[in-house]
Each structure stands twice: as C-alpha cells, then as structure tokens.
Design a protein around this ligand. Structure first.
Ligand code: NAD
Length: 283
C-alpha cells in the first residue's frame, strides 16, 4: 500500500514530532487531540522545530512553509476517515488506548493501518480491541522525533506481514531506521532503558548523590550523551512511571518496581520538561 494521507492522534511531545517528520516526507497529515488548545500547541511546536532547522540551514524557507502547510489540526477522530495510516500518540494509559483503537476501528476506512506509538503497552491487546487486528502494529518513534533515527516496529501476535512491510517502508520514507521486535512489555528499548532510569531515581531518593552528580557519573563515566535524570525529564516522568508499571505488571518481577519518588513527582505535577520542572528546572 502507498501511504498518501496520515493521521496522528495526540498532539503532545511525540505526536507533533511524528506529524512533522511525516509532513516533511510529503504526506498530507491531520493531527488531532482531545483538546483544541493542545492541538494548537502541537502546531506551534512544529513551527518552532522547523524554525530551528531553518536557522541551522538544515531546511530552506520553502520546505519550512510546505511542511507546515501539509499539517492540519482537528479534534475528535472523524477526520481520520480518509487516511491510509493512523499513528496514535495519545497519553500512555491502557484504557485510553483501548478506547481510541475501538473508536478508530469504526471511524477509519477498512484498508487503513492503525499504528500505536505506545512505549510499553501490549500491541496484542490493542489489536484485540479492533475488528482488524492484522492491521494493527507498533510504530515506536523516539524523542525528539525529528532528530532520533530509530523506529521500533512492534509486531502484535496478530500483525500481518503486509502491515509490517507497509509500516517498515513508511518508516524509511520518513527518514528513520526501522528495527522489528516482537510484542512484549516495554519491547526492547524500554525494557533495557527504564530499569536504568529507575535505579538512578532510587540513587537520588537514597541521597547517594545530587541529581546533577548522578547524571555526571553516567555522562562522564559511561559516555552517555545525557544523564538518566535529564533523560527522564525529557521523556516525561508520568510516561516513565506508566512504562515501569507496565513492566512490573507484565513480568510480575520486583526488579521493575517503580521507585516511589516517580509517583511523588507525578502527583506534584513535576512531569519534566513539559511542565517546566522534574528532577531539574527548565526556563
Ligand atoms: N515522551 C517520550 O519520550 C516518548 C517516546 C516514545 C513514545 N512515547 C509514547 O508516545 C505517546 C505520547 O506520549 P507523549 O510524551 O507525546 O505524551 P504527552 O503527554 O506529551 O501528549 C499526549 C497528548 O495526547 C492527548 N490525548 C489524550 N487523550 C487523547 C485522546 N483520547 N484522543 C486524542 N488525544 C488525546 C493529550 O491531550 C496530549 O496532548 C505515549 O504512548 C508514550 O508512551 C513517548
């Protein structure tokens, strides 16, 4: 299948990045959110990101204008009707995703592929919420989407080869390198990453070192480009907590037990960069 029109559900951190790279590759994109204000903020984020690429000489003014012009915003799922592929990037919550996929299944044309950018939730379970499980797949982008080259293609038990090949080709078309993995809690990326972030948060809670020093250990000692606490702030502390809960519930193994400090931070509204404060403060 050749993909011409694509919808993105959720205009937050990931949704607006996905809309941007898909539009930059020439696709007509509709980006929807439950809230019109969030959809507008998503559009502003795309404009800001394109401005930075323009300032660095990575794109020209015509490309900036054309990329912006191919993205429309909407609320609700009605606008997804004529799309070939729908990429869901709404809040990381099982009930939210299952509800969205059941609704998308009714709203989208029968041939459409329904992809999710979930970081950890079972694609097999999401696929089972639809009457087209063979056309459901994980298309897991990384943050910040315009800069990170990987897309983890997550195959549900029901995903067909044709769906996988269409989404693999789409990932390549938007400039990414796809890596195929089987469905399992946290897939490969977050099963490896989140236990490390969790240990860093336990170190902070136990007072072993300051947040800056914990990050310095990993940057200077392990050559990580970002410290684990700054990375958690970038991902969003609510999203990190949700992924750890999926790992903990999915494997039933105490090694994934989320440090209680995640919940404290989330309850305080200290969600990381997106709220201006997490383990560090942002201007
Ligand atoms: N943040 C990351 O680094 C990262 C990386 C990879 C994948 N993900 C995944 O991407 C998804 C989105 O994460 P995010 O960081 O962009 O979250 P976010 O909180 O920045 O944005 C989520 C958006 O979804 C919207 N939303 C909520 N319910 C909705 C609904 N029913 N319909 C439409 N929109 C709805 C919210 O209004 C919000 O604008 C999650 O599944 C997350 O696990 C996040």
């Amino acid at each position: 299948m050749t993909v011409g029109r694509l919808a993105v559900i959720g205009a937050g951190t990931m949704g607006n990045g996905i809309a941007q790279v898909c539009s930059a590759a020439g696709l007509e994109v509709v980006m929807t959110d439950v809230s019109e204000a969030a959809a507008r903020r998503g559009m502003e984020a795309i404009a800001g990101s394109l401005d930075r690429l323009l300032a660095r000489g990575r794109i020209g003014p015509d490309e900036r204008a054309a990329t912006l012009a191919r993205v429309r915003i909407a609320t609700g799922l009605g606008e997804t009707a004529g799309c070939d592929v729908i990429v869901e990037a709404a809040t990381e919550n099982v009930e939210t995703k299952l509800r969205i996929f059941a609704e998308l299944d009714r709203a989208a044309q029968p041939s459409a592929i329904l992809a999710s950018n979930t970081s950890s939730i079972s694609l097999t379970r999401i696929a089972a919420a639809t009457k087209r499980p063979a056309q459901v797949i994980g298309m897991h982008f990384f943050n910040p989407v315009p800069l990170m080259p990987l897309v983890e293609l997550v195959r549900a038990l029901q995903t067909s080869d044709a769906t996988c090949e269409t989404i693999r080709a789409l990932a390549v078309r938007v400039g990414k390198t796809p890596v195929e993995v089987k469905n399992s809690p946290g897939f490969v990326s977050n099963r490896v990453l989140l236990p490390m972030l969790n240990e860093a948060v336990y170190c902070l809670r136990e007072g072993l070192a300051s947040a800056a020093d914990i990050d310095a250990v990993m940057k200077l000692g392990m050559s990580h480009p970002m410290g684990p606490l700054a990375l958690a702030d970038l991902i969003g502390l609510d999203t990190c907590l949700a992924i750890l809960e999926v790992l903990h519930d999915g494997f039933g193994d105490p090694k994934y037990r989320p440090c209680p400090l995640w919940r404290e931070k989330v309850d305080a509204g200290h969600l990381g960069r997106k709220s201006g404060r997490g383990f560090f403060e942002y201007g």
